[in-house]
Design a protein around this ligand. Structure first.
Ligand SMILES: NC(=O)C1=CN([C@@H]2O[C@H](COP(=O)(O)OP(=O)(O)OC[C@H]3O[C@@H](n4cnc5c(N)ncnc54)[C@H](OP(=O)(O)O)[C@@H]3O)[C@@H](O)[C@H]2O)C=CC1
Ligand SMILES: CC(=O)N[C@@H](CCC(=O)OP(=O)(O)O)C(=O)O
Length: 342
């Protein structure tokens, strides 16, 4: 059994990790931290876990965390990087759900996240935890940078097109929409039901911190700079991301359905829906990314629709998928749950 710790067990991604890990046959939960709820039983705060977890939240303690095989950080950006060097030295492997180790260039990190990096020497070693892109490196990694939610949906949607070189990298658009759980559990006026219910808007149009992460991914497999326009939107729903992606074909003869089917033929968590319109409820609570690709009017613009649950494939589910790979377990272990309808 793997001894696992979670730092940030009271947030939405921490709670989602708990929901998945309590049913995982190879995991024993060793420590679940919260500074604000230290001493409180986990199943008092989260009654849906009654009978599943017999632990109290504790304040983060380096010696307890260092006694784990693996620690997940489900904490705000800039938290994990303060503890990771010591944990790695103790032989504990780490998966960070925040952005601390996602950008390879520390000056980009500083520009977008507004703080200096505490351990830039680890950025080259950290493996970007998108299994469909980086599976072999994930298996051997000590430190995983779990991808952001928007970057997961956008990257998986565009990967086959850019990797095959069949679209123009100088014109790519990602029009993405997220439910409010993407903003975390902390209180914020803009996320009140009366502020965002029955309403819909774009935000961060002039630049979102996921832009450099997505661009870094796309450039990696396009082999060229990709000029991306990324616009996120906030939807009045709880879970889910839908990304509608646009690119211009340079090869008019390409069979798009065939291209996607070949690229994702062996990917358990990618489900292609030729001719379909994947909806976010079809992935609610599940670790799948559902994708459809279309060419309206047989013109030269490709439209890709990509949906995920931001808390599962966009965060905790993907983190568990990475854990399974790191420890030689079946990749889908503990991740077979089917979406909830309605
Ligand atoms: N929500 C989402 O859909 C996604 C989120 N992410 C990323 O995952 C991370 C967690 O997100 P989310 O769960 O939404 O966040 P929340 O705000 O819901 O939860 C944050 C958690 O971190 C703990 N925490 C806060 N500050 C510290 C600290 N300095 N040291 C230790 N623990 C701390 C909090 O508990 P306490 O203060 O009691 O210690 C709480 O449990 C973020 O970096 C986020 O960007 C990534 C992909 C998707
Ligand atoms: C709806 C909403 O507010 N979403 C968040 C995405 C949060 C996230 O997952 O971003 P990191 O993991 O990179 O911190 C946002 O736009 O900031």
């Amino acid at each position: 059994m793997l001894r696992v710790g979670i730092v940030g067990g009271t947030g939405y991604t921490g709670a989602e990790l708990l929901r998945i890990l309590v049913r995982h046959p190879e995991v024993s939960l060793h420590a679940i931290t919260s500074r604000s709820e230290a001493g409180q039983r986990v199943d008092d705060l989260f009654p849906h876990l009654r009978g599943q977890v017999d632990l109290c939240f504790t304040a983060p303690d380096p010696s307890v965390l260092g006694d784990c095989d693996l620690v997940f950080f489900a904490t705000p950006n800039g938290t994990a990087m303060q503890a990771v060097p010591d944990l790695l030295n103790l032989g504990t492997r780490v998966i960070d759900l925040a952005a601390d180790f996602r950008l390879k260039d520390p000056s980009l990190w500083e520009r977008w996240y507004g703080m200096p990096h505490q351990c830039p020497e680890l950025l080259a070693e950290a493996v970007y935890g998108l299994p469909e892109l980086n599976r072999a490196a994930i298996c051997d990694a000590r430190l995983i940078a779990n991808p952001g939610c928007y970057p997961t949906a956008v990257t998986l949607g565009l990967l086959p097109l850019l990797e095959a070189g069949v679209v123009d990298p100088s014109w790519v658009i990602a029009d993405a929409k997220s439910g409010v759980s993407g903003a975390g559990r902390k209180a914020s006026t803009g996320l009140l039901m009366a502020e965002m219910g029955e309403s819909f808007k774009a935000y961060s149009v002039m630049g979102h911190r996921h832009s450099p992460e997505i661009t870094q991914n796309l450039a990696h497999f396009a082999g060229a700079e990709v000029n991306l326009t990324f616009v996120p939107h906030l939807l009045p729903m709880i879970r889910g991301i839908e990304a509608t992606l646009y690119a211009r074909l340079t090869d008019p003869d390409v069979d798009l359905d065939q291209l996607y089917a070949a690229r994702y033929a062996h990917e358990h968590f990618i489900d292609l829906m030729p001719g379909g319109h994947p909806d976010t409820r079809s992935v609610r609570g599940a670790n799948h990314c559902r994708i459809a690709v279309a060419r309206p009017g047989a013109g030269d613009v490709v439209v890709v629709q990509s949906v995920i649950d931001n808390l599962v494939k966009g965060a905790a589910g993907q983190a568990v998928q990475n854990m399974n790979l790191m420890f030689g377990l079946p990749e889908s272990m503990g991740l077979e749950s089917v979406a909830l309808l309605p």
